[in-house]
Design a protein around this ligand. Sequence first.
Ligand code: MSP
Length: 530
Amino acid sequence: MAATGSNASEESAFYVSTPIYYVNDAPHLGHAYTTVAGDVLTRWHRQRGEKVWYLTGTDEHGQKIMRTAETNGVSPQEWCDKLVQDAWKPLWEHLEIANDDFIRTTEPRHTERVQEFVQDLYDKGEIYRGGYKGPYCVGCEEYKAPGDLLDGDLCPIHKRPVEWLEEENYFFRLSAYGPRLLEFYEQNPGFIQPASARNEVLQFVRQGLQDLSISRSTFDWGIPIPWDSKHVIYVWVDALLNYVSAVGYGSDQAKFDSTWPADVHLVGKDILRFHAVIWPAMLMANGLPLPGRVFANGWLMVGGEKMSKSNLTGISPRQLTEHFGVDAYRYYFLRAIPFGQDGSFSWEDFSARYTSELANDFGNLASRVAAMVGKYYDGTLPEATDAGAAEQAVAEGLARAVAQADTMIGDNLDFAGGIGAIFDFTRQVNGYLSEQAPWKVAKDESPEGRARLGAILYTAAESLRAVAVLLNPIMPGTAEKLWASLGAEPHLGPLAEQRIADAGTWGRLPAGAEVVKGEILFPRLEEVKS
Ligand code: MSP
């Protein structure tokens, strides 16, 4: 979101990116984790009424992809096309990811801009020719410092032997940017989050930076260096530039000005240095504004190790959505693991949360309220003429939940905290219903009794109206069903157009709304067949 743009008339966008994923294999839970988080964040901001741009895509060059294609007997391009079409894009659709664009690094709109960018740096004297030798991990696509290796030759992330490379390369003068980067981090304390990630980067940069090899000459699956076609551009330099090539850098200035810089780059903690050190230095070298924030999420772990396909621990998201449904899937990881920390996945924990939080606390509440409005008022929402202190407390609880969730999710990327605040509110409403016992009040058919019953059921339904709005970014399918069951749309319009800021305004769902008992939001889980 550019603070000062040359095109001030165009509203600037809240721009969020995911890493672009290597297409050497199909996506697993770890990849989907970040993409869902970005989707929730951007849906939240859309419901704040902001203009939003959500970008994801695929990283298709480099040795890792080239070798995978070779092993499978196809060209790298064929391999990438197949994986993108058959695995990556369908998964994002399946998980209801509402990305605005999908960039592939083999597209000309990207490759041409990358060449221009690198040529610019060369013309500015930021790139020179030199030699390099050192240990390289193809899994990371990264030269490693000898001191980082485990047992002398193992990559600390992939736990597999590194390769020894010796090449004539082009180098970017990264070492010159250390002091400017440190000054930038100092002036922008929120640039790297969470704090543990910030500290790691500060420590790394304070030790002094080395120049970065930005070309490779021993294989050709990459973007050629414009002035020396025997070299291809290092896959990471190519990949990082997706964040600008996708939003009009060098091709559509108005779009670029209204979108860049990114507000949030979401990254896994293993690729933090690329985003918090190399990327800002590249941008500085070319005189472009720097992103607002780089947020590093933790890893999903299996048996104490990072889940990964290469370790054969990569679980496919569809294995879980088949069992729990897409919305519960979107909910679970963000609710169960504080964003920024590592977390383990277990069927038991997922099942337990599904049953207690989604099916019982939330799903049952929605179906009970709809059933009672059906039974006692033929499905027409009554008026709340007799609202008192108990109802006031619910309205206040809602206002608190909205404020907390908005800050936590929308500003701090504290998804677990924000979802927790929304679910604390549903528990408050459950407690309110237990205390008020509308099923008992219903036995009193006097005008006073009816007025009390009306106030209780109105309060519960109006609470659910707000919960539907707040949960829409997290569980859009479920929130939509709830919205339909409350008969809200004819009065308030489509759910996606409801503003977070209005969610806590009490009394929006009008008496007279046609409440119907829709399908069960979270059905009982079948036994897992293993
Ligand atoms: N292509 C690079 C990113 C380039 S961005 C300009 C890359 N790709 S990747 O496919 O290997 O990883 C993409 C993201 O997935 C990284 O952020 C990585 O942290 C994340 N994850 C891969 N396995 C993961 C877990 N087990 N848990 C959480 N996220 C993990 O790196």
